[in-house]
Design a protein around this ligand. Structure first.
Ligand SMILES: Cc1cc2nc3c(=O)[nH]c(=O)nc-3n(C[C@H](O)[C@H](O)[C@H](O)COP(=O)(O)OP(=O)(O)OC[C@H]3O[C@@H](n4cnc5c(N)ncnc54)[C@H](O)[C@@H]3O)c2cc1C
Length: 324
């Protein structure tokens, strides 16, 4: 197909949920996906009602099948740029040189988790170095847990992780805790270890056993919670001129509409707080708004045709791939 109603950039849960709603609304939709969803390193996904514990790849494969079953197209690839087509649509340029035309765009490219530069930390990511207690806290409940502090909001984050265990240690650079923070940690029996983390101690079974400090001291821990820095994959939105806030996140309304006409965004690319279930909801909400926007376009075009003496076309709305 040369022109789609909507091209969705990013085939994670937000993009696939949108594509499902759009293809069921008899819109032509293409999902272009680079194949690196954020939760790919995790063996299991939690907190999605009715799918708790499913491997993330299995969940997305089922989503792709559902989109395809309604005639949605999916392609592996990376969109590198958008070019307005001079009317109200866009060309999407793919890394291989392909150009795809669309009336509307939905960007669901997710975010990157930037982790502290501690030797071995990235190797343990999504195994025993975790970031989201709602995703994986239950699996390590009542174990010896740690929180890597030192960043804004880390003490509050530790107080949340405390919900899952009574044995929690807060690792922090020296002399940065306020008196109030120390009191709050003490009051909830959260241990404080000051100094810099040197490396992780891993046992023969490849499990975390402890956190080694710069002075050689090892604090036994089964898992460490680390607050990453969230960086949106929003260069395509920025390139189009979408408004961003002071932290660099693209500004969208409640449906995901950006400041550039015809361009929507949903999921982690605009909302670092989105879990799988809320990213799915945002994708769905964006799809419904996109369809309404396309309907407005359809009405405008039909009225213009009528004004030019073109009689209303009694055509069906059938999706090109629907069987007769
Ligand atoms: C380790 C880990 C475990 C997690 N576990 C859970 C959990 O158990 N439960 C839960 O609710 N949440 C969990 N999350 C959060 C979850 O990953 C996100 O909520 C979810 O992935 C957001 O979906 P999304 O569609 O916005 O983005 P993503 O899932 O990241 O999908 C974005 C997609 O866009 C693609 N893409 C990016 N740029 C381009 C481009 N230019 N062209 C084409 N494609 C592109 C990417 O390759 C990717 O496939 C976890 C996160 C992490 C890091």
């Amino acid at each position: 197909m040369s022109q789609y109603d909507v091209v969705v950039i990013g085939g994670g849960v937000a993009g696939l949920s949108a594509a499902l709603v759009l293809s069921r609304a008899r819109r032509t939709v293409l999902v272009v996906d680079a194949g690196a969803p954020r939760n790919a390193p995790a063996t299991h996904m939690h907190g999605y009602l009715s799918r708790d514990g499913i491997p993330p790849a299995e969940f997305l494969a089922a989503g792709r099948d559902e989109v395809a079953s309604y005639g949605g197209d999916l392609v592996d690839g990376t969109v590198t740029d958008f070019v307005p087509d001079g009317r109200s649509g866009f060309w999407s340029l793919l890394a291989g040189g392909q150009r795809i035309s669309a009336r509307r765009l939905l960007v669901t490219t997710g975010l990157r988790d930037e982790l502290p530069d501690i030797p071995g930390l990235r190797d343990r990511w999504a195994r025993d170095v975790l970031h989201c207690p709602y995703c994986h806290g239950h699996e390590v409940r009542d174990r010896q847990l740690g929180v890597l502090g030192g960043t804004p909001g880390a003490v509050r984050y530790a107080q949340i992780v405390r919900q899952w265990t009574h044995d929690l240690v807060y690792f922090t650079p020296p002399d940065i805790l306020t008196a109030a923070e120390r009191t709050q940690l003490l009051a909830r029996a959260i241990g404080v270890v000051e100094g810099s983390v040197e490396q992780f101690v891993i046992d023969d079974a490849d499990h975390l056993r402890g956190v080694q400090m710069h002075d050689g001291c090892v604090i036994p821990r089964d898992a460490l919670f680390v607050p990453p820095r969230f960086v949106p994959n929003n260069n395509l939105l920025v390139g189009l001129g979408c408004d961003v806030d002071a932290e660099g996140w693209a500004v969208v309304d409640i449906t995901g509409r950006t400041s550039v006409a015809g361009v929507w965004a949903a999921g982690n690319v605009v909302d670092p707080r989105a879990q799988v279930i809320t990213a799915a909801g945002a994708g769905s909400a964006a799809a419904i708004a996109l369809n309404a926007d396309l309907v407005e376009d359809d009405v405008r075009n039909a009225v213009r045709d009528l004004d030019h003496g073109v009689p209303p076309r009694p055509t069906t709305n059938a999706h090109p791939k629907e069987s007769p």
